[in-house]
Write a protein of this length. Structure first.
Length: 463
């Protein structure tokens, strides 16, 4: 598989450093509310990435953290009147439920920051000892970015005309800061009154770790100084990933990640999602509008990960139709495939182009297109050949993590329409033709067609 590397700025072939298992890290969710579909664009693409490697026969080791201690979780747990642990456990559970609905494979390890405070403190001690960090008067500890000549390579600071030499005395104490500011960033935040009870003892006094540090500490614990790939949404390139590289390379030696995979942001109606505009969608919001998580997944993989994806409700309706079409094609193949077909071929046949797309920089829209073309071509196959084509099709579906609807979705019939239909059916059974005709007209006026069969009736909406 070839994938674009943000650092090298080119497509690179993926080969595990240890020759057997592809070991990678994804920055996980900040659990202070439900994740939105933008977050899920990134998590779903990371999932397709992993599934593609595994479908191709590679073993993987996937680590994704839970950010449960930062400015936002502390602020909102207090507003909710809950302990940080209870508050973040609640939102972690909700995150897991959403992940399940979307068909995301659980990471092999999912460490939380609160549980790894000692590892974070140990890392700060190493950084101070090696001259890369310093304690300030307020009891906070900062990383000195001028001590690390490699700072800025990932986000290409040189091209943004930001000068490492000008960072003397510039410090950022907040977990998140602007793209255009360059400053020493915080590793340990001294306790403040607004932190409430959320502080831990350390050699520099009571406080808590800064956000950037947690990923470096988890990676050191579960992946070591060198590993295959690191990933997140593009907003994390600077400063978060830049800071992770600095902390980890300075504390552990090693190269840190060999490859950087970033997913471009999802936009809604052409702009940034925002609560105030009312277009920040969660899975729950979309379920209330009648859309399933699988339909959301289809939309999220419908665009290439390096291009912005403009999300609309119409695209969800289109996803429903597209999935019904794929399911119909697969059922047609299944009907022709002998139930006892046995073969151990790994050939993709008419679905080779779909598979190649996935392996060429994770081209998910190309892969979906290849599934439709493959089904059209495979429609002429019979017997064992149809069974093989179906197996290839299903293999790619698993790589995409898609589950198709079993049967074409039936239109939901409102209770009052159902009641009228029952009444009409009774009239018809009693040979009261005038009433039956009358009621058929009544149903048509309400937008429903009632088709009579021998055993029963079928209701379809008039469009
Ligand atoms: P957070 O919970 O804010 O830490 O974000 C979790 C993941 O979602 C990170 O990898 C972010 O980069 C990513 N992310 C946030 N907003 C978007 C968006 N609109 N589109 C795609 N990914 C996003
Ligand atoms: Zn991270």
């Amino acid at each position: 598989m070839r994938l674009y590397d943000t650092l090298a700025r080119e497509l690179k072939e993926l080969r595990p450093l240890d020759g057997t298992t592809y070991r990678f890290y994804c920055c996980g969710p900040t659990v202070y509310g439900p994740a939105h579909i933008g977050n899920f664009r990134t998590f779903v693409l990371q999932d397709v990435f992993r599934r593609t490697l595994e479908t191709g026969g590679m073993r993987t080791f996937h680590v994704r953290n839970i950010t449960d201690v930062d400015d936002k979780t502390i602020r909102d747990s207090q507003a909710a009147g809950k302990s940080l642990e209870d508050f973040t456990a609640f939102w972690t559970e909700r995150f897991h439920a959403d992940c399940d609905a979307l068909g995301l494979l659980a990471p092999h390890v999912e460490p939380g920051a609160i549980e790894h405070i000692p590892q974070q403190i140990a890392m700060i001690e190493t950084l101070i000892r090696k001259g890369h960090a310093y304690a300030s008067d307020d009891g906070s500890v900062y990383f000195k970015i001028s001590s690390f000549p490699g700072y800025g390579k990932l986000s290409h600071l040189d091209e943004r005309e930001l000068d490492l030499g000008k960072t003397q005395n510039a410090r950022a104490n907040a977990d998140e800061y602007e793209k255009d500011s360059l400053s020493d960033f915080v590793l340990w935040k001294a306790r403040k009154p607004e932190d409430g009870v959320n502080f831990w003892p350390s050699p520099w006094g009571e406080g808590r770790p800064g956000w950037h540090l947690e990923c470096s500490a988890m990676i050191r614990e579960y992946l070591g100084a060198d590993f295959d790939l690191h990933s997140g949404g593009v907003d994390l390139v600077f400063p978060h990933h830049e800071n992770e590289i600095a902390q980890s390379q300075c504390a552990c030696g090693g190269h840190f990640a060999a490859h950087w995979f970033h997913v471009t942001h999802l936009l809604v109606d052409g702009g940034k999602m925002s609560k105030s505009v009312g277009n920040l969608y969660t899975l729950e919001d979309l379920a209330a509008k009648g859309f399933t998580a699988m339909e959301v997944r289809y939309v999220l993989i419908g665009a290439h990960y390096r291009k912005p994806l403009n999300f609309t409700l119409e695209s969800l309706a289109a996803a429903r139709e597209a999935m019904a079409k794929l399911a119909k094609g697969a059922r047609a193949l299944a009907a022709k495939a002998p139930a006892d077909a046995r073969f151990d071929t790994v050939e993709f046949g008419f679905f080779q182009a779909a598979w190649d797309s996935l392996n060429d920089d994770l081209n998910t829209p190309g892969c979906l297109g290849g599934l439709f073309t493959g089904l059209r071509e495979a429609a002429k196959l019979e017997g064992e050949e149809a069974a093989k084509a179906l197996a290839a099709f299903n293999r790619i579906l698993r790589a995409l993590g898609l589950t198709l609807p079993e049967e074409e979705p039936e239109a939901e019939v409102p209770a009052e329409i159902r009641a009228l239909a029952e009444e009409r059916w009774a009239a018809r059974s009693a040979k009261d033709w005038a009433k039956a005709d009358n009621m058929r007209q009544q149903l048509v006026e309400l937008g429903w067609n009632m088709k009579d069969g021998k055993e029963g009736y079928e209701l379809t909406p008039l469009s």
